[in-house]
Design a protein around this ligand. Structure first.
Ligand code: FPP
Length: 249
């Protein structure tokens, strides 16, 4: 029996976010350059998108490149950027057929004009789709996002568009770059590392975490379904007692 058959289709998380980790180690285990791992990682990206779309996940966010990743060797950064734009462009038709919409979150001003243009092309092409929204976090970090949000709110206060008293959790959530999506119910990180690495810090307040051993290039649909199965067996209490949660059902 596949892990997919065991899923409770009534309780599929609306939003899953993934920290794709372990490409470098996967390549090193095979005596290859790190970029070899990233190339295989693109296959896993396809698996994750198809798997999520198959079971009706509404938002899938992939942490593809963090602001800290700009500190990697120049040729690795260039190789990764090429891979990403190739993957996004080569897959655009397929994504379109599957009704997938694409959004990018991150400090895209740091990307080259060429990368920015290619990405814009793909985002525009997929803009009218209404199925899964694929969110690629590119040149993203949560502290960057929160800092930008604080600046934008401060400007509104300065211009007397809002008062200090109007600043609450909702206003902050609505002012973040991620305001178009619900908070992720489930955040998966591959390769057995147990960190958030500056990813969706605000949005992860009530997320469940799955730190799995699989290295990203080995991640398949089956891995996704197994991880969701494990998530579905957890009790999410949101600060309440277990008894209250049972009584609310
Ligand atoms: C982490 O592995 C992986 C990355 C920094 C890049 C992931 C990007 C892709 C797989 C391409 C994504 C493409 C699209 C279209 C979204 P690592 O290099 O940190 O591995 P290590 O921890 O083993 O060194």
């Amino acid at each position: 029996m596949s892990a997919k058959d065991k899923l409770n289709l009534q309780q599929i998380p609306q939003h899953i976010a993934i920290i794709m980790d372990g490409n470098g180690r996967w390549a090193e285990q095979r005596g290859q350059e790190r970029i070899f791992g990233h190339k295989h990682g693109v296959e896993s990206v396809r698996e994750a998108i198809e798997g999520a779309a198959e079971i009706g996940v509404k938002f899938l966010t992939l942490y593809a490149f963090s602001t800290e990743n700009w500190n990697r060797p120049k040729d690795e950064i260039e190789g990764l950027m090429e891979l990403m734009i190739d993957a996004i462009n080569n897959e655009a038709d397929n994504l379109n057929k599957n009704n997938v919409r694409l959004r990018i979150i991150g400090d895209t001003e740091r990307l080259s004009e060429r990368v920015k243009n290619k990405i814009k092309e793909a985002v525009d092409k997929l803009n009218n789709n209404s199925g899964l929204t694929l969110v690629v976090a590119l040149s993203y970090s949560s502290r960057w996002e929160i800092t930008e949000t604080v600046k934008n709110i401060a400007i509104k206060v300065k211009n007397a568009e809002i008062s200090i008293d109007e600043i609450d959790e909702n206003l902050i959530s609505e002012s973040l770059k991620t305001n178009f999506m619900p908070d992720p119910e489930l955040i998966i990180r591959t390769s057995a590392e147990k960190r958030l690495s500056n990813f969706l810090l605000w949005q992860a307040s009530y997320s469940e975490f799955a730190f799995i051993e699989t290295l990203w290039p080995d991640f398949t649909k089956e891995t996704l379904f197994e991880t969701i199965n494990e998530f579905q067996n957890r009790e999410r209490r949101f600060g309440k007692t277990g008894r209250q949660v049972q009584d609310d059902k």
